[in-house]
Design a protein. Structure first.
Length: 129
């Protein structure tokens, strides 16, 4: 009866207000064997995290209701050990480098949009090893 225990499936929470991006990231990550849940904004993401904690969170910055910076802040307060990948396509044009702000607030990794799918896969794999 030897053998190794199967590794538990890593859960990833994707938070993005763009449904196409949510669907694409879900498809991409599920294809790599992750269990993926999605949220349209930070408030929904926090609710999901409280009910079914993810091992990794991937969040956009620019979203209605609760943006990614506020979401990151709240996740760091409530779930300080959960790795968070923050992604953004804008920022510098708005006069602020939001990815730098995200890093200062405790983002585990930041990625620029448009995302390189392989880069996201590699980052999540590194974080969950």
């Amino acid at each position: 009866m030897g053998g190794t225990m199967p590794r538990p499936i890593t859960r990833v929470l994707v938070i993005d207000d763009n449904s196409d991006i949510r669907d694409t990231l879900r498809w991409l990550l599920e294809g790599e064997g992750y269990a993926v849940s999605v949220a349209a904004n930070g408030l929904e993401g926090l609710r999901l995290q409280r009910n079914e904690p993810a091992d990794v969170v991937v969040t956009d910055i620019f979203m209605p209701e609760q943006d990614g910076i506020e979401t990151l802040w709240k996740f760091r307060e409530e779930f300080p050990s959960v790795p968070i990948v923050v992604m953004s396509g804008g920022g510098a044009a708005r006069g602020t480098d939001y990815l730098s702000v995200a890093r200062e607030l405790g983002a585990t990794k930041t990625l620029k949009k448009p995302l390189d799918p392989q880069e996201l896969i590699d980052v999540v794999a590194q974080i969950t090893r």
